[in-house]
Design a protein around this ligand. Structure first.
Ligand SMILES: CC[C@@H](C(=O)O)C(=O)SCCNC(=O)CCNC(=O)[C@H](O)C(C)(C)COP(=O)(O)OP(=O)(O)OC[C@H]1O[C@@H](n2cnc3c(N)ncnc32)[C@H](O)[C@@H]1OP(=O)(O)O
Ligand SMILES: [Co+2]
Length: 141
């Protein structure tokens, strides 16, 4: 059920500064920032192969990363995102096994235009996990 790591996310206090540091010190290509009001973040991706680094800055008054940054004011590792082929099937199986889905349990459209869900960090050894639906291609199915 669990697929490759799509991205590893860092919460950062200043997105422009984080983007510049990845670009200038590490020579990375960084995507343009994208505001995602539904998620309460502004995001940019460090393009470094199939697994990306996602840089997150809080957006708006109710950002889900605000408390995390208050506890980690210089930033920190926020979540790991795995791809899954069927997000609703993965959700239903996880719920039946007692895992907690964050929010209202319904997928939202994430930064890549695909449905995503989050699993409670207390159910996965203190790590927040995001699941992103990536449908298998017909060759893989
Ligand atoms: C860009 C769009 C999308 C994509 O396509 O990639 C994204 O990635 S959006 C990313 C931002 N969105 C989310 O994170 C949504 C899911 N997150 C949440 O709902 C909340 O962040 C949370 C996980 C419920 C935590 O919210 P918070 O306000 O921090 O709650 P608490 O302060 O009560 O913390 C509870 C408990 O959990 C620990 N915690 C919090 N965040 C993390 C974390 N990122 N990793 C590990 N542990 C975390 C926190 O320390 C508390 O622990 P205790 O003190 O021991 O109770
Ligand atoms: Co993410």
């Amino acid at each position: 059920m669990l697929g490759p790591v799509n991205h590893i996310a860092l919460a950062v206090p200043d997105l422009a500064e984080a983007m510049a540091r990845y670009r200038d010190r590490l020579g990375a290509h960084v995507s343009a920032p994208q505001v995602l009001p539904d998620h309460g973040v502004t995001v940019a991706f460090v393009e470094c192969g199939p697994t990306k680094v996602e840089l997150l800055e809080p957006w708006g008054d109710a950002s889900p990363i605000a408390a995390f940054l208050a506890r980690n004011p210089t930033g920190g590792l926020h979540h790991i995102c795995h791809e899954v082929g069927d997000l609703l099937a993965a959700r239903d199986r996880l719920v039946s096994e007692g895992a907690r889905i964050l929010g209202d349990g319904k997928p939202k459209i994430g930064a890549h235009g695909r449905p995503v869900l989050f699993l409670h960090p207390k159910d996965f050894f203190g790590v927040l996990i995001e699941l992103e639906e990536v449908k298998p291609t017909s060759a893989e199915a």
